[in-house]
Design a binder for this molecule. Structure first.
Ligand SMILES: [Zn+2]
Length: 103
């Protein structure tokens, strides 16, 4: 007799319960207090997100893979201003994107 529940442990990658081979990776938190991140390009290895001001709905930057540094980086648009809080949100998002990629 086999227990069907044995293989359904909570996944350490995404925190969900699923079969071993069905992990879709960690769900990135994209909504923050004043900004949000929109997935605009999904590539096999790396993704591209736009950083958008939630209040004005304006595009204020891009998170994408920067080859020379081999990491996701934030590319701010010209003449944008970021508070410390928003910079922390951007930093958290970029770190989460890096973590999601490694798993
Ligand atoms: Zn998973």
């Amino acid at each position: 007799m086999t227990s069907p529940n044995l293989s359904l442990m909570r996944c350490t990658h995404c925190g969900k319960i699923h079969e071993d081979d069905q992990c879709e990776g960690p769900v990135l938190k994209t909504e923050y207090e004043y900004i949000k991140f929109e997935l605009v390009e999904k590539k096999p290895a790396t993704n591209v997100w736009w950083c958008v001001n939630k209040k004005s709905d304006s595009w204020i930057g891009t998170v994408r893979w920067y080859g020379p540094w081999r990491q996701y980086c934030f590319f701010p648009e010209m003449n944008t201003v970021f508070s410390v809080g928003c910079m922390k949100d951007v930093a958290n998002f970029v770190e989460a994107a890096m973590a999601a990629r490694k798993s």
